[in-house]
Design a protein around this ligand. Structure first.
Ligand SMILES: [Zn+2]
Ligand SMILES: [Zn+2]
Length: 198
């Protein structure tokens, strides 16, 4: 396994294209990374969250067994910022037989996700075109036909930057888009990933 560490102080010298920056800078405290090299007083670490290499003092490098983190433990690594945080930084999602299940992203990262553009004027107008319950509907993405509110749930798909509605789509496709983070790049990557391996 990799030599996983975390940096409780979150400060050091950033490497920019192989060159170490002159001035000390900060990164999120408790960032998780891999120890690459250790000299007398310093260590070179690669931080997985920002995908950056930093020189930090050896006192800012603490080993962590990543397999002993998560919902069953007192510390968990956020899947977005990749900071090692105490478990109460992760909201409870639900309970299952194994115990409490928490969100994979810390509350700080989650507020960033939820910070979306408010409904635009276009959205308020577009909302009037929402297909009514019991009407027929064809999803513009999956092309599946359904009876609104009976055989499928229809949702307004928003552009999270402008707050505009792109169109009404089925709930299943909306979840799908969400999994791809509503990002063009991610969808394109998925498509080329499939095509390249065909
Ligand atoms: Zn986070
Ligand atoms: Zn669909």
């Amino acid at each position: 396994m990799e030599n996983w560490i975390y940096c409780p102080n979150g400060e050091g010298y950033k490497h920019e294209q192989g060159v170490v920056e002159k001035y000390k800078q900060h990164f999120p405290v408790n960032s998780v990374g891999i120890l690459q090299k250790q000299t007398d007083g310093y260590a070179i670490v690669w931080l997985i969250g920002p995908d950056e290499v930093w020189s930090v003092t050896k006192y800012d490098v603490i080993s962590v067994d990543v397999l002993l983190t998560g919902d069953q433990y007192s510390y968990k690594i956020c899947n977005i910022c990749h900071c090692l945080l105490s478990i109460d930084n992760f909201a409870r999602n639900q309970n299952n037989i194994k115990g409490i299940v928490r969100r994979p992203s810390c509350t700080r990262c989650r507020t960033d996700i939820d910070k979306r553009a408010p409904k635009s004027r276009q959205a308020k107008q577009f909302e009037k075109q929402r297909p009514s319950k019991g009407s027929k509907f064809k999803c513009p993405i999956c092309q599946k036909r359904s009876i609104v509110g009976v055989t499928a749930k229809i949702v307004a798909d928003h552009n999270h930057h402008t707050g505009d509605i792109r169109d009404f789509i089925c709930d299943s496709c909306n979840t799908g888009l969400g999994r791809f983070k509503n990002g063009q790049d991610c969808l394109k990557n998925a498509l080329s990933y499939i095509q390249e391996r065909e």
